[in-house]
Design a protein around this ligand. Sequence first.
Ligand SMILES: Cc1ncc(COP(=O)(O)O)c(C=O)c1O
Length: 395
Amino acid sequence: MDSIKNDYFKREKQVFFQVYKRLPIVVESAVGCYIYDKNGEKYLDFLSGIAVNALGHSHPDIIEVAIDQIKKYMHISNYFYQEPQIRLAEKLTRITGYNRVFFSNSGTEATEGALKLIRRWGNKNGKKEIIAFSGGFHGRTYGALSLMDKPKYKDGMGPFLPDIKIIEYNNIRTLEENVNENTTAVVLEFIQGEGGIVEAKTDFINQIKLLKEKYNFLILDDEIQTGLGRTGKMFAYEHYNIKPDIVITAKALGGGFPLGAILSNDELANYWGIGTHGTTYGGNSVACACGSVVIDYLINGVLQKVKENGDYLKSELIKIMEKYPKLILQLRGKGLIQGLLLSFNGAILVEKLLKRKVISNYCSENVLRIIPPLIVERSDIDIFINSLDECLSQL
Ligand SMILES: Cc1ncc(COP(=O)(O)O)c(C=O)c1O
């Protein structure tokens, strides 16, 4: 059987840019919280397509809605009025209170669009500098990379956008020293995902809010990973006493299809007019139709379940942390985005879990990132915790 796998590994190596560190699994199918490989092996998926498959894999309603939409039309372009797009935008505005939406294909494109909107606002209001934070992740395109500091994403690929300053996350003093009348926007994740599941401190956010009142800048909230229920609230900013000016989201939004969104109010959206921004594919009809299914499920029970199962996961992880204090240094995160800060490289644990048919992930070298589908059951969490316990007992 391994010869089948090896053949895929070989073929992949021959034809792809070698930029992905793939797991040694050749996927045949995926249902709910499980992935099945070509050898018929079943894996518990606690990565969920990197926080994309909120309703799990192959959700029957997503499949039905996608097929229905495909039969009507797939791509038609943004020259036309389309029911699936308008319906999803209406749902998004209803659940967020923002009244304008722009659809992109991906997270990084949402970042780029938001940056353009910020620049346009800044140029009209005599402000130039954008502040972003260490450890942040906003995508792989140039604007997004310009907001990030980690060399692993940027090395040798400059120059990047000017007038962006990256300062230490959660450091109030540095924030005060760097924000001023010239600040156009502060860009942040309320929980840094790729950065290692690092939560913004309440005092830090309160200070951003105070400085905004003093200097009048925009707050761009990157909810590409944390948005749409992942943290137990619809958006991570709702855990704080703040309303960002712009929210960008993606990942879970398209129910597995590529889709991102920029959300803001019309006062800001009006800084763009016809032709100032656009996309050929963004807001694809099938992706938008499926996005409405995701939102409906979130509202009708899934969000509540994330809260309950997130609390359960946390209580079980605390027990594990107490059992292995030398191996686990900290538990981080909210809802169904949690992380264990390890005293060793995360790759070791991911590999061990995989041997037990559990798919997990690590970020920032030594943080085990736990991001199961939002429809995960307690029984799945128990399997994960037991496997984790077994793996840690061997280290
Ligand atoms: C917070 C955040 N922003 C932006 C992105 C980029 O999204 P995409 O990969 O869809 O371009 C990601 C992806 O991991 C992310 O987690």
